[in-house]
Design a protein around this ligand. Structure first.
Ligand code: NAG
Length: 345
């Protein structure tokens, strides 16, 4: 959210949402009438003349201050918050419900999606992510652990218990296995900047959907197909439940998502080319170019290739972000944040 020179940021931790104001300061006022330079109040009887405070330059300071706290509306952990294009409302989603808030009102929200069954034993799916459309303030989507995405139009009813659109790819019976349902669970859903497409991330792939076609995605990009034969061990070490996010670049012509071994993947939608890059201190010196990496899925391992068995599954890139207009990306690798930029810049 941007307003004047300050930025506003919504954050969530567990069940509480906070609105922060982020601002920069490079000037400081001096010469107040009622207080001295240290901020102490001056004795009013000693104030005999009126001063005009002056602004003095100082070192740039970035300040974050909490402005509002929105609490007590979620029973389960919040998985998504999304600001609406009207810049007045936002949504918050947990496993079973999505609530709509006004940014100025902290003690009340409206429930717009509720998938909680009357009997919790009949629960078969949970909400995994939700987002507002970038331009149409009445439209939102939410993804589910069953690999489907529902699109709701808030104009059609106050409680969106029936989707306006439902995106689901028919399952390929030939690749059915014990893990099919787990790996089809969607961990992230993101609208393109244009609002025409949305992208979903499941365990092994990213899919691009045209909002006008619910029956199947228009593109499927394999993120780490070589892990299909490793699902059993990834189930045993719980990695199969990892929630990878995905993002679009500024012009919607490329998408990015994370993988294991501190690898992340980029897919160029026009040329159909893809690349695997690594975010690590050892392999990326400041100002040096990143070298594409290759994973060997079996057979003879070529020089420069990494075998699937030597991948480190504790090093995972779950969060990635692309600058809205520039070719600058941010990649979070466990406790390090990497910022990479196009060499041409
Ligand atoms: C988006 O990706 C395309 C293809 O990789 C690239 O040519 C373009 O510069 C990128 N645009 C932005 C704004 O990042």
């Amino acid at each position: 959210l941007t307003c004047n020179a300050a930025h506003f940021l919504l954050s969530t931790n567990d069940k509480t949402i906070k609105l922060w104001k982020i601002s920069e300061r490079d000037k400081r006022a001096e010469g107040y009438n009622l207080k001295d330079e240290d901020g102490r109040l001056r004795d009013p009887f000693r104030i005999t003349a009126l001063r005009v405070p002056i602004l003095k330059p100082m070192d740039l300071m970035v300040e974050a201050s909490p402005r509002r706290i929105f609490a007590n509306a979620h029973t389960y952990h919040i998985n998504s918050i999304s600001v609406n294009s009207d810049h007045e409302t936002y949504l918050s989603a947990d496993d079973l419900r999505i609530n709509l808030w006004h940014l100025e009102i902290t003690d009340r929200s409206f429930n717009i999606v509720d998938i909680k069954p009357a009997n919790m034993e009949e629960l078969t799916e949970v909400i995994t992510a939700a987002e507002f459309h970038p331009h149409q303030c009445n439209v939102l989507v939410y993804s589910s652990s069953k690999g489907t995405v529902g699109l709701c139009d808030m104009r059609s009813s106050a409680l969106c218990d029936r989707h306006s659109k439902f995106f689901e790819e028919p399952e390929d019976p030939s690749s059915r296995s014990f893990f099919s349902e787990i790996i089809s669970s969607i961990s992230d859903v993101k609208f393109s900047h244009s609002g025409r497409y949305m992208m979903t991330r499941d365990y092994l792939s990213v899919k691009v959907w045209d909002l006008n076609m619910e029956s199947r995605p228009v593109e499927t990009h394999q993120v780490h197909e070589y892990l299909r034969s490793k699902l059993c061990s990834l189930y045993e070490n719980d990695c199969i439940f990892d929630k990878f996010e995905c993002c679009w670049n500024g012009s919607d012509s490329a998408v990015m998502t994370g993988s294991y071994n501190n690898f992340f993947r980029m897919f160029d939608r026009n040329t159909r080319r893809d690349v695997t890059l690594e975010a690590s201190r050892e392999s990326s010196k400041p100002r040096a170019s990143l070298k594409p990496r290759k994973v060997c899925a079996g057979g003879k391992r070529k020089k420069d290739e990494i075998s699937v068995d030597s991948l480190d599954f504790n090093k995972k890139i779950l969060h990635t972000a692309w600058h809205p207009v520039d070719n600058v990306i941010a990649v979070a690798a466990t406790n390090n944040l990497y910022i990479f930029q196009d060499k041409a810049n």
